[in-house]
Write a protein that binds this ligand. Structure first.
Ligand code: SF4
Ligand code: SF4
Length: 77
């Protein structure tokens, strides 16, 4: 499961991340962000984000950070 953080100071609302998400979890927010654009926002009430990182990969403004949660009971080597 992943956690996505979108930095609205950098998001220009280009929608590239929205189109890239295989789970269709991103959308354009109705509100206007700090940059005067409508920022992307994550809508994931069922926790479907896999943390794949595609949204961050395609963002031209490096506005997205993706964190992946470790599964309980899995030890790191
Ligand atoms: S990390 Fe992957 S599944 Fe999660 S919002 Fe980004 S593109 Fe979608
Ligand atoms: S790709 Fe980046 S700049 Fe474009 S909407 Fe998504 S977060 Fe905003």
């Amino acid at each position: 499961m992943g956690k996505v953080v979108i930095d609205e100071e950098f998001c220009k609302g280009c929608t590239l991340c929205i189109n890239a998400c295989p789970q269709h979890l991103l959308r354009t927010a109705k509100r206007v962000g700090k940059t005067s654009y409508h920022p992307a926002e994550l809508v994931d009430p069922e926790g479907k984000c896999t943390g794949c990182g595609l949204c961050a990969l395609v963002c031209p403004d490096a506005a997205i950070q993706v964190y992946r949660e470790k599964k309980a009971g899995v030890k790191e080597k």
